[in-house]
Write a protein that binds this ligand. Structure first.
Ligand SMILES: Cc1cc2nc3c(=O)[nH]c(=O)nc-3n(C[C@H](O)[C@H](O)[C@H](O)COP(=O)(O)O)c2cc1C
Length: 214
């Protein structure tokens, strides 16, 4: 069993990365082999619209042909039993690198003839989001529209997808908040973190294990 996770946050030790690592721990607990890839370490672009993945009988039909740093990871993701993509929410959506990665991962596998999937195999997938807003604010700002769209593309391409959200995350350390603008007090922010983040990590651990049992 191989599980690959992609961190779409520029930060390697904040909420998104911690949730992804927990999900991979959950996968490892079932005996899976895991890998965590930090997208911001890789030199790559979003889809360049070459359409070489859509050329009938072409050498790269159904596969991304744009040779840059992400190409080997697209191949790894396509072969994995499970794929987990984590992203901070930036302006109500995934981060730029995550959006670029999703374009490169998903678009080559969509047939333009009938939108059927060209992915070589079914895989269990999940999207994990870390965001500053609370859950009621997430609903008010309709972030679910974007999350549902990502989930539906992943599901259509790979066969299944689930979504996990972590709310009211930390933007810095407790010390940073002495300098940062903040709604409410540092104590409130820290209290929310101490009351909720462990539970989010537990959910991520369970998700990682669940993906290996699909
Ligand atoms: C450029 C930028 C845009 C952001 N936009 C939003 C947003 O629209 N909604 C939100 O809830 N949080 C927003 N945030 C906060 C991040 O989603 C939040 O801090 C998240 O936990 C970051 O993940 P990380 O800690 O793993 O890097 C934004 C942060 C940045 C840097």
């Amino acid at each position: 069993m191989k599980v690959i996770a992609f961190n779409g946050s520029p930060r390697k030790n904040f909420s998104t990365a911690l949730l992804l690592r927990k999900a991979l721990e959950g996968a490892e607990a079932t005996g899976a082999e895991t890998e965590l890839v930090n997208l911001y370490d890789i030199d790559f672009k979003g889809c360049v619209s070459c359409f070489l993945c859509k050329v009938r009988n072409g050498k790269t039909y159904g596969r991304c042909a744009h040779r840059d740093g992400i190409l080997p990871y697209l191949e790894k993701a396509a072969e994995a039993d499970a794929v987990i993509i984590g992203s901070p929410v930036y302006l109500g959506r995934v981060s730029g690198e995550t959006a670029s990665f999703l374009e490169r991962l998903v678009f080559p596998f969509i047939s333009y003839a009938d939108y059927r999937t060209l992915a070589p195999r079914k895989s269990a997938t999940a999207m994990i989001y870390a965001m500053n807003v609370t859950e009621p604010e997430k609903n008010e700002y309709e972030y679910d529209t974007h999350f549902r769209l990502n989930e539906s593309f992943m599901k259509r391409t790979f066969g299944s997808c689930e979504t996990l959200c972590s709310f009211n995350t930390l933007q810095g350390t407790e010390k940073d908040y002495e300098r940062f603008e903040l709604r409410g007090t540092i104590e409130e922010k820290m209290q929310y973190r101490s009351e909720h983040f462990d539970s989010d990590l537990r959910k991520a651990f369970e998700l990682g294990g669940r993906l290996c049992r699909v």
